[in-house]
Design a protein around this ligand. Structure first.
Ligand SMILES: [Zn+2]
Length: 304
């Protein structure tokens, strides 16, 4: 099994995580962040099963944003085998839901977007692409509910869904049916990748922020807390007990600064200010010298 495209945190999710540490996000953005994090966690959980179970020859593509004729399709996972293309729409819902004629609702009666409709649109879009690319591959699509705390009442036997206790069995079935890949499957995988790179992703933007209002200081990579115990070499988080070297923490915080303020020059002064001046100036200079390339004179030297 070859993972041709690994799943990564989206630009938006990363940005919101960084901002959440340093400003008070409004209610909407905060909720949005929590949902994105929950979704990402669910997808990762599915990826772990895929990595553990699938050991035959096949290609996995995660988190594809496909653009065609002005329409964007987000595909959580595609597994390409010798004769079938498996599509997955991954949901990390928890709690009790009811399947009714319109779709899904919570047990309290609140309607939620029906992932099966989303799935069926995606399936016809992929079928159309395969036809254009002269492929005879079959398509099998499913909504995967990964959370063991999810239950669904009134589901139909032919609903394209996998409940948490069915995922493993389904992946084992894919594994046992899989045969050697040919050129065609590699061709398909490359076509998907090309299609992905051809369009601009349409994403919700990060909320407005400016440098001054953001909290300065070194934050824990694991939990985001600023409550760090810093010694000469090591750094210990008082909130989650995560331990790392001071160098690692500084590099993580530099990454956040560059992500949120790409136009801000990488100088000792700027990094020192961003890190809340909690470590010695010389330490920061050494980290920059060791990990980046210096340009310019000693004073006001910029690193790249
Ligand atoms: Zn922590």
């Amino acid at each position: 099994m070859e993972i041709l495209k690994e799943r990564e945190q989206s630009h938006l999710l990363k940005g919101l995580i960084y901002l959440d540490k340093r400003i008070d996000l409004n209610e909407t953005d905060k909720r949005y962040l929590v949902n994105l994090q929950k979704g990402f966690k669910g997808e990762r959980c599915f990826d772990d099963l895929v990595k553990t179970i699938l050991d035959k020859e096949m290609i996995v593509l995660n988190d594809l944003l496909l653009v065609s004729n002005g329409t964007t399709f987000q595909v959580d996972s595609i597994i390409i085998t010798s004769n079938t293309l498996y599509l997955f729409e991954i949901k990390n819902y928890s709690g009790k839901y009811i399947r009714n004629s319109d779709g899904l609702s919570t047990i309290q009666g609140q309607d939620v977007a029906n992932p099966m409709i989303q799935l069926s649109r995606m399936e016809s879009f992929i079928n159309q692409l395969l036809k254009e690319w002269n492929s005879t591959s079959k398509v099998e699509a499913n909504v995967v509910f990964v959370n063991p705390l999810f239950s669904l009442y009134n589901a139909k036997i032919d609903d394209p869904i996998l409940m948490p206790n069915q995922i493993e069995e389904y992946l084992l079935k894919i594994n046992s049916r899989s045969r050697m890949l040919t050129k065609e499957q590699h061709y398909l995988a490359n076509r998907f990748r090309k299609l992905e790179n051809s369009g601009m992703p349409m994403q919700k933007q990060l909320p407005y922020y400016n440098y001054e209002e953001l909290k300065k200081g070194l934050s824990c990579k694991n939990c985001g807390s600023f409550e760090l115990l810093i010694t000469q070499r090591s750094c210990y988080c008082k909130s989650c007990f995560f331990k790392s070297s001071v160098g690692e923490v500084i590099l993580n915080n530099i990454e956040e600064m560059q992500f949120l303020f790409p136009e801000l020059k990488l100088t000792t002064t700027n990094v020192n200010n961003w890190c809340g001046e909690v470590v010695h100036f010389r330490k920061i200079r050494k980290i920059l010298k060791d990990h980046y390339i210096a340009a310019g004179e000693t004073s006001g030297r910029v690193y790249e």
